[in-house]
Design a binder for this molecule. Sequence first.
Ligand code: KE4
Length: 423
Amino acid sequence: MSAERSRELFERAKLSIPGGVNSPVRAWRGVGGWPRFIKRGQGSRLFDEDDNEYIDYIGSWGPLLLGHRHPEILDAINEALTRGTSFGAPTELEIELAETIRELVPSMELVRLVNSGTEATMSALRVARGFTGHDITIKFEGCYHGHVDSLLVKAGSGVATLGLPDSPGVPKGFSDTTITLPYNNVDALEQAFVTHAGKIAAVIVEPVCGNMGCIPPAPGYLEAMREITARHNALLIFDEVMTGFRVSSGGAQRLYNIKPDLSTFGKVIGGGLPIAAYGGRHDIMSFVAPSGPIYQAGTLSGNPLAVGAGLAMLRHIQAHPEIYDQLNEATGRLAACAPENVTVNRIGSMMTWFFTTTPVTDYDSAKLSDTARFGKFFHAMLERGIYLPPSQYEALFVSTAHSEADIDRTVEAAKESFAIALE
Ligand code: KE4
């Protein structure tokens, strides 16, 4: 398949945009070649500027739980457009979205809408520090919570893909207040609280990791994290930007029956438009301005278009809880087609094929993957019309728009591509 127009566009893009992309992972540095410039999407399909058609397993990196251009999402956006694009003033639909989030995620007693996952995690950390009076926060190696200065420390996603140790430009004082620990290691967490007793504001975690590839919590891990943070009066923040409404209609916290103190959401709650949220315990979130002294603001926070799309998405989830069984079954078939020398991690409709024979339970084991073989697999799948995340350290996503025929075709393409990549 030709990709010459994409190549031309990529060269032109580099003249005006750093690296030719508006987010690093899109540059395909992790797999080689050049990114395909997309003309349009529809359902489970993407169409690039060379008129190639792909079955899409990125889904805009998670938001498109219902696929591209779902009619209910489009109708909601078009309806919002008849009333305007942004008012910089409160609207009734913002209340309805906050109420709907609270219905689906009971731990979200108060909800603040923002515009990106990064804003949500940055704000949640500030609230945690302001509420507890402590400065130190704990994150986990390989977890990515957006490009927040203090969290770009052994981060996953694009940082993992690009091999950026700790990003330049982050003042040492910022990263000095961040402790990074191995994921799925209770002893390391316990020890950190002994070493820094009484100084830790919060632990922030991807309850199911997606940014070093998909890595589920070990049995009992999240329960131990909840018990340790409660015992030491530190806050537990679930970063559900990726898992929220993806792994269940109540996110990972419902799946694992854990009640965090604060949570962040994004991606799915915008239905493809820029929106995110943070929130949690009423006593904590009451500290957020203007009800309290902790400042956080945003010109386009809660804007009508994104709120309309998000509300349509969540209302669809409420009306059709059966979609999670459908997503589970479809993704399970993709997981099952991997050969023995490929490790598969999957929770619901987020999954990663790791090119390693060892179990992948944390950043160190994820990094044992053969990224060159993953690159071969990626391009072999692309040639067969299957569009995967361009990095070993990302999760793929299945949507309700993926038909049984799509999955059948993907399984066939995967079997051929595994053979090529593993020869
Ligand atoms: P955004 O600022 O990109 O909306 O969200 C940051 C973020 C926060 N928390 C989690 C768990 C996330 O996965 C993300 C963003 N995820 C990446 C994909 N691995 C976004 C893709 C990109 O950076 O282009």
